[in-house]
Design a protein around this ligand. Structure first.
Ligand code: BEZ
Ligand code: FE2
Length: 403
């Protein structure tokens, strides 16, 4: 048993001062230090007078298999980026072996992330994730808009899903990703969602990331028209967006991006058990614009980095800084608190893991972070946490310090 006594505890909704947290693999008590020391006389006591404790972050959308990318892919504009992924993926994928993915997982961990949703396109990340101390939903992805290739694509998806299923544990779960409405044939998407239903698995899908996706799915026009004609000989989209959304009505789903979703689609998603995953840096770098957070209310949202295929970092503190600056209409101190709450409690909830809250009975997935010495107003702590943190001092998963 350990007792941590920081200057503040962010539960995350509340700021506790003069409190300590006692934990082994789980949080046993939160209360005044003296009471905890009396109750757990054998516990090791750690005084952290210039630090705060908050829950570990959840980063529910990333692509570990593309972690070798730094400057191979073309940023700036979505369709040229997609062409560059297709052109360079045969070179990029082998550049990230299990060691490279383990390194990416380690970066996530030492930067405060304790739970992730990793989209697995090829099954190459299963072992690294299964061995990692992080809590992982591994989203085995299905892709394929050509009906002639549907059986092959489905067989590949199913093989990876079952391989993943065999490695399941309390902290490693087999989940399902349907790549997107433009890239997955309706029948194929339906079959993958059926598996998720049967296996009670979490689902993730990219939805309305770009203007090109909006135009292609609405009217078969725009930049995707020549993309599909040239690459796949296709002249029509394979989904109606609302019918595609309807497929997810009975499963818990993470809808990633949603920048270009219309009112009808948002209303549909609001009626489902779903969360929007907001990736502001990826959206910025691929020229997809900024998600309107006022428009998506009351749908819950959480934040993610996306992969190194569309970001320069997997550090969620960078994503939170970007979110602050990319939503200038939001009052900064209130919005900072919202971002922290959504990235802890909200992200854990979206991933279906217990945690993200500092409360008795929850797993001890925690971060210790230094506080600026000159902080005057405790209520400003959320904003300064985001502005001044690159890396926490310590990161615990199930009570074990990994940083
Ligand atoms: C496909 O496999 O059909 C596909 C992949 C990427 C983008 C678009 C379509
Ligand atoms: Fe993504």
């Amino acid at each position: 048993m350990q007792i941590l006594h920081p200057k503040f505890i962010l539960t995350p909704d509340k700021i506790l001062s003069n409190h300590a947290v006692a934990f082994d693999s789980h949080i046993q008590a939160v209360g005044p230090k003296e009471a905890l020391v009396r109750r757990f006389p054998d516990a090791a006591l750690f005084e952290e007078p210039s630090a705060l404790v908050l829950p570990g972050f959840a980063n529910p959308h990333l692509h570990l298999e593309f972690s070798a990318n730094k400057a191979t892919l073309s940023y700036g504009d979505f369709i040229p980026w997609l062409y560059s992924v297709i052109e360079h993926r045969e070179e990029l994928l082998p550049r990230c072996d299990e060691k490279c993915m383990t390194k990416a997982l380690r970066t996530l961990l030492i930067c405060g992330t304790t739970a992730i949703g990793a989209v697995s396109s090829y099954g190459e990340d299963i072992e690294a994730c299964a061995k990692s101390p992080l809590k992982v939903q591994l989203f085995n992805e299905i892709i394929g808009s050509n009906p002639a290739a549907a059986d092959v694509m489905y067989a590949s998806f199913l093989e990876r899903f079952h391989r993943c299923k065999k490695r399941e544990s309390d902290r490693f779960k087999a989940a399902v990703a349907v790549h997107s409405p433009y890239s997955v044939h309706y029948v194929l998407a339906k079959r993958a969602v059926e598996i998720a239903k049967r296996e009670n698995a979490l689902v993730s899908t990219h939805f309305m990331e770009s203007r090109a996706e909006r135009e292609w799915l609405d009217s078969g026009t725009g930049e995707f028209a020549s993309f599909f004609k040239k690459l796949l000989g296709q002249t029509r989209p394979v989904n109606d967006p609302l019918e595609f959304l309807e497929l997810f009505a009975e499963v818990q789903t993470l809808f990633v991006h949603m920048v270009w979703a219309n009112e009808q689609e948002l209303t549909k998603v609001a009626s489902m058990q779903s969360t929007i995953v907001h990736c502001p840096i990826s959206n910025r770098l691929l020229g997809n614009g900024v998600l309107d957070l006022d428009r998506i209310a009351p749908i819950p949202y959480t934040l993610a980095t996306d992969g190194l295929s569309s970001n320069y970092t997997l550090n969620l503190y960078e994503e939170l800084k970007a979110a602050l600056f990319l939503h200038p209409n939001k009052e900064a101190t209130d919005f900072a608190k919202e971002l922290i709450v959504r990235s802890t409690k909200g992200g854990y909830e979206a991933l279906g893991f217990a945690g993200g809250i500092i409360e008795e009975g929850m797993p001890a997935d925690l971060q210790i972070v230094s506080i600026p010495e000159d902080l005057k107003e405790p209520k400003d702590i959320y904003l300064h946490l985001i502005l001044h943190t690159q890396k926490p001092k310590a990161v615990y998963i199930q009570g074990v310090n990994h940083a």
